[in-house]
Design a protein around this ligand. Structure first.
Ligand code: F6R
Length: 611
């Protein structure tokens, strides 16, 4: 959600924060703004509803000069996405500018009290209370960092904030509780940002803030304090991604680039981890001994959205191969229930961003109850990655397109690696283990084969452009793929789509089927293939249009399906990595043909850091 960039240093700050903001636009894009502390010691604020290009147009040639600035791209939680509600927000006297990511839960109470004390509010946002709270102390002489710390003691909720003041011209103060924030260290200049991609053009050295920390950032130094102003020692992390990996590289959209990158992202997920001879894998980051792993009696996988779909596949794998009772929970449900977990439960959180608020909270809750926690995470150094006991990094590289694609296939691969580890410690034989390892190793090449069929999928997409509803059906390992195919279509093309276990169709959705209702069957030749064929017959008998994802050489469905896409043969548990690819492409091409903005679909944000 919302992106934040701040700068203080020798260069002109405005263009730098604006450029950083463009790299964060995927986090939220309903309005944007920036504040520059100008040469006369005044704060100039510019805001615009809509995308960052609108802010750029609003600025035109009036770009203020100054060496300290903040910028923000918003994903609205409180108040409509318009100019007044866009950040930065300023105090009554125009001394301060503040940007915020998160939700202040007690904002209404604080606002009423501040208004009674004479503060004048301009926006409907929860954020504005923060700037007035800081103002109360700062204008009475408290240093900016102390005023921020005192203000934050009064708020409930989550925040990543950055503040500048005319009274401390070369300083950005930042603070975090629940929303990601980092300090990026340059040469004679420093940045704060909600995400490393905003600053990668300038530096790779970053310090990740933890909850309850405040950063006081000046051009030549920075200090990290806790809320009681005690100084903290922090590690500087070097970011390994380069800028080229977060640019579009000739593709029309990030989503297409990321779909096409999947042979490489999978290679990276598997690199150095497969031990074919022993029929197992090497996972350096689990931080659990074989004894610890053998004590696990139950696994709970928790996640949101696409990552939750990957978890469903993980559950099937874990029960089939490792014979460990496993279940999947929406993180948002798990965190507020009274879940049964203990020291024999392994709770696995799956998250591309490593910042999803609900997944993070679910893992914290599991830890509090004594469970071991693992993270299957893409973003290195993200909050989940830092807080879990151990985990598996996806190494998929930055995923910028809002609709998750390459992270999903890497999550399935990572779950297969975890399953192999657990299974080989239990009843999975070396021969079975070797077979899984061999099939995993073949996957990147097979993924490339499927992706080479993109032009064929594009033709199929042409016929679905005007559909208003689409049903996705699959069974076994491909039931979660049906859910994922439907989610991809919904989120980027705004066509209503439902994913269902194929046999469940008879219990309701069959009523929807007519010649206007396309039905996508995910029907590789796996253990439930014949059952799915019967379901296809049922749809055809009612005049439905069938698009089938089938195994190469399948002739049975060719007679029934109106169109089909073939995928290579692999083990049942790995078919989702291949069968989801045509569905990602289908959603992409349909959305493009409908003129939708596939990288920034309406109302969505890449990293959901509010609950
Ligand atoms: C869908 C999508 C979302 C995310 C979900 C969890 O395409 O991207 O459903 O999967 O918001 O995000 P992470 O994996 O970052 O926790």
């Amino acid at each position: 959600m919302c992106g934040i960039v701040g700068y203080t240093g020798a260069r002109s700050a405005g263009p730098l924060v604006l450029d950083g903001l463009k790299r964060l636009e995927y986090r939220g894009y309903d309005s944007a703004g920036l504040a520059v502390l100008n040469g006369e010691g005044r704060i100039e604020v510019f805001k615009a509803p809509g995308k960052i290009s609108a802010l750029e147009n609003a600025l035109g040639s009036r770009f203020p000069s100054g060496h300290t600035a903040l910028a923000h791209t918003r994903w609205a939680t409180h108040g409509a996405p318009n100019v007044v509600n866009a950040h930065p927000h300023t105090d009554c006297g125009g001394t301060l500018a503040l940007v915020h990511n998160g939700i202040i839960e007690n904002a209404p109470t604080l606002r009423t009290a501040l208004v009674k004390r004479g503060h004048v509010f301009r926006s409907e946002t929860d954020t504005e209370v923060l700037v007035h709270l800081v103002e109360e102390l700062h204008t009475k002489g408290a240093p900016l960092a102390d005023a921020v710390a005192a203000a934050l003691q009064q708020v409930d909720g989550t925040y990543g904030i950055a503040v500048i003041s005319t009274r401390e011209p070369d300083t950005v103060v930042a603070a975090r509780r629940g929303s990601p924030l980092l300090v990026a260290i340059g040469n004679g200049e420093n940045f704060v940002a909600s995400d490393a991609s905003a600053v990668l053009a300038h530096t790779r050295s970053v310090v990740y803030l933890d909850d309850g920390e405040i950063a006081v950032v000046r051009p030549r130094d920075y200090r990290i304090l806790d809320l009681s102003a005690a100084e903290k020692e922090k590690t500087v992390t070097q970011i390994e991604w380069d800028l080229a990996t977060i640019e579009r590289g000739g593709y029309a959209h990030f989503m297409l680039k990321e779909i096409m990158e999947q042979p490489d992202s999978l290679r990276n997920a598997l690199r150095g981890r497969l031990l074919e001879e022993d029929g197992t894998v090497r996972l350096g980051g689990l931080n659990l001994t074989d004894e610890d792993l053998l004590k696990v009696r139950r696994i709970v996988m928790t996640a949101c959205g696409t990552s939750w779909h990957a978890a469903l596949i993980g559950e099937y794998m874990m029960e089939e191969l490792a014979r460990i009772p496993s279940e999947v929970e929406y993180a948002s449900e798990f965190r507020y229930r009274n879940p049964i977990v203990d020291e024999h439960t392994l709770v696995v959180g799956i998250s591309q961003s490593g910042e999803t608020a609900d997944t993070l909270a679910a893992l914290r809750e599991a830890k509090r109850r004594g469970a071991r926690t693992l993270g299957i995470v893409n973003v290195v150094g993200s909050t989940i990655a830092r807080e879990v006991d151990g985990g598996i990094y996806l190494h998929a590289g930055p995923e910028i397109g809002v609709a998750s694609t390459k992270a999903f296939t890497s999550q399935i691969a990572a779950l297969a690696l975890l399953t192999l580890t657990m299974g080989r410690l239990r009843s999975l034989s070396i021969l079975q283990g070797r077979e899984v390892v061999r099939c995993l190793a073949r996957l990147p090449e097979q993924v490339a084969q499927v992706l080479s069929k993109a032009p064929h999928v594009e033709q199929i997409a042409e016929r679905l452009v005007r559909a208003t509803n689409v049903l996705y059906l699959g069974r076994g390992y491909n039931f979660p793929v049906a859910l994922e195919g439907a989610l991809k279509l919904k989120e980027i093309s705004y066509i209503h789509a439902e994913g269902y276990p194929a046999a469940e169709m008879k219990h309701g959705p069959i009523a929807l089927i007519d010649d206007l209702m396309p039905v996508v069957f995910i029907a590789p030749q796996d253990a439930v293939y014949q059952k799915v064929v019967s379901n296809v017959e049922e749809v055809k008998a009612r005049g439905g249009r069938v698009i089938a994802i089938v195994t190469e050489g399948d002739t049975g469905l060719a007679k029934l399906a109106d169109q089909q896409v073939e995928i290579p043969e692999t083990l049942d548990l790995l078919t989702p990595v291949l069968s989801v690819l045509p569905l990602q492409l289908l959603a992409y091409y349909i959305a493009v043909r409908r003129g939708c903005n596939v990288d920034q679909p309406r109302n969505l944000a890449k990293s959901v850091t509010v609950e």
